[in-house]
Ligand binder design. Structure first.
Ligand code: GLN
Length: 448
């Protein structure tokens, strides 16, 4: 009830798409009865959680914040949702986001932007802006988002909370509306590492419904959380000396690296020399995958269908899609079909695949020699609402530090570091080897 009261008091933040008030209260009451009767309860008993509007929950609307899915009710639940419910979590509602998770500010939602609770003239980041603000403003304890190129870590950074993107394959994508399937991963927002670890514990692991979900056993993330050690850490020279990085933040990161050294860790600068290629490679590959994934929204099987009934089939598809999709989604479908088209495939798509391989090899080599890589999460603090909307390229370039982990498939987390003189928080990003969330969380725990 206290969360429902706060949600009602903060509707102007526009974090929620739908609030499951009666249902959540009924779940809480039933749980209470089980506790009173001394019955066993799950690991997330009573934990109030919100889910991004790209994660399916049986019998509930899911819309990817798009007009094209207006009114669509999911017939099944995502595996992550099934596991949350099995652990007795209480799902309190679904959360606003950029349309089809495409964006960095949550301004691409068909249902209006989400506002940053620390400064309502600023964006919360995106695409999981609603998931970040819901936790930031205590409208729920933890939340799920999705991270294809930073959509959990970047809004976590802008909102001053923790955002975890697990290894590609650590959490089943079954029931996650696809944006770019070889990049997408469900992630977790929270205010402390122990909470994030506990949610990851509940939802990670193999799933027969998703062949890309790993068969590897899920370690006990909570057990070793406070077990500290001396870390061998790398930071990427071209990341920290990048022109686009806010100078005050750069000084803050360098100071933090010194502190880490003084605390008995090894912190070394390493060459990467590929940073300028990661954003172009990311946008070629993800738009290509998106153009294919989003072809299923044709006005026949799901959601919005044009009222113009007398059209030939291909005109009917075009009309339904023209009416249903927003500007950014159209831009990406067009870009994706372009880079996949016969005359340009080798110049763009194949080239970007090669860059991805090169970047993977370089990062994996660094991680073979170091426990972790530290880098900024975002080059600046939260933008003003509207500030970047007319310049999509500038918006894409701000993803420079987050897309790396998705290109490679490693886990990554953003942890709040300090507050900028402009009053907004910023965080530091940690990357570890694939499936090494245990060390990722332990190192993050020493910072938070
Ligand atoms: N900002 C990035 C993009 O627009 C990341 C999105 C995401 O991770 N879903 O593609």
């Amino acid at each position: 009830q206290s969360y429902l009261d706060r949600i009602a008091a903060y509707t102007r933040l526009n974090a929620f798409r739908e609030v499951y008030a009666a249902e959540a209260l009924a779940q809480a009451t039933a749980l209470d009865a089980r506790l009173q009767a001394g019955q066993p309860v799950g690991s997330l008993a009573g934990v109030v959680i919100g889910i991004k509007d790209v994660i399916c929950y049986a019998g509930h609307q899911v819309g990817a914040a798009s007009r094209i899915l207006e009114g669509f009710v999911s017939p099944y639940s995502a595996t992550a949702v099934e596991r949350l419910l099995a652990a007795d979590a209480i799902i309190i509602g679904n959360l606003n986001c950029d349309e089809f998770a495409m964006g960095s500010t949550n301004e691409n939602s068909a249902y209006g932007p989400v506002r940053n609770a620390l400064d309502e003239t600023r964006v919360p980041g995106g695409s999981s802006g609603g998931s970040a603000v819901a936790v930031q403003a205590d409208l729920c304890l933890v939340s799920l988002g999705s991270d294809t190129g930073g959509s959990v870590r970047q809004p976590a950074d802008f909102c001053g909370i923790i955002g975890l993107k697990p290894t590609y394959g650590r959490i089943s994508r079954y029931g996650l509306i696809a944006y770019a399937s070889s990049f997408d991963q469900i992630g977790v927002f929270g205010k402390n590492i122990a909470d994030v670890a506990q949610v990851l514990q509940a939802i990670a692991g193999a799933d027969t419904y998703d062949s890309t979900a790993s068969q590897l056993a899920v370690p006990d993330y909570q057990a070793d959380l406070t077990h500290n050690k001396s870390w061998k850490i790398a930071y990427l020279k071209d990341a920290i000396h990048h022109d686009g990085l806010d100078p005050e933040m750069k000084a803050g990161f360098l100071h933090f690296f010194e502190e880490m050294e003084q605390a008995g860790n090894t912190v070394e600068a390493v060459d990467f020399n590929c940073l300028d290629y990661v954003v172009p490679a990311y946008y070629v590959l993800t738009t290509a995958e998106a153009s294919s994934n989003l072809s299923r929204f044709d006005g026949v099987k799901y959601g919005h269908r044009t009222a113009h009934a007398n059209l030939a089939l291909s005109d009917f598809y075009k009309q339904s899609r023209s009416e249903g999709f927003g500007k950014e989604v159209k831009r990406r479908i067009l870009l994706g079909t372009f880079v996949l088209s016969a005359g340009y495939f080798d110049a763009y798509f194949t080239k970007a695949q090669k860059v991805r391989r090169l970047v993977m090899d370089k990062i994996n080599t660094i991680l073979a020699n170091y426990d972790a890589i530290l880098l900024p999460t975002v080059p600046s603090t939260a933008f003003k609402l509207g500030e970047k909307m007319e310049d999509p390229i500038a918006m894409y370039l701000a993803d420079i530090y987050t897309v790396l982990a998705n290109l490679v498939g490693t886990p990554a987390i953003s942890v709040p570091l300090t507050v900028h003189s402009n009053g907004m928080p910023y965080g530091i990003q940690i990357i570890t080897r694939k499936f090494d969330e245990a060390n990722l969380l332990r190192l993050a725990h020493t910072i938070n």
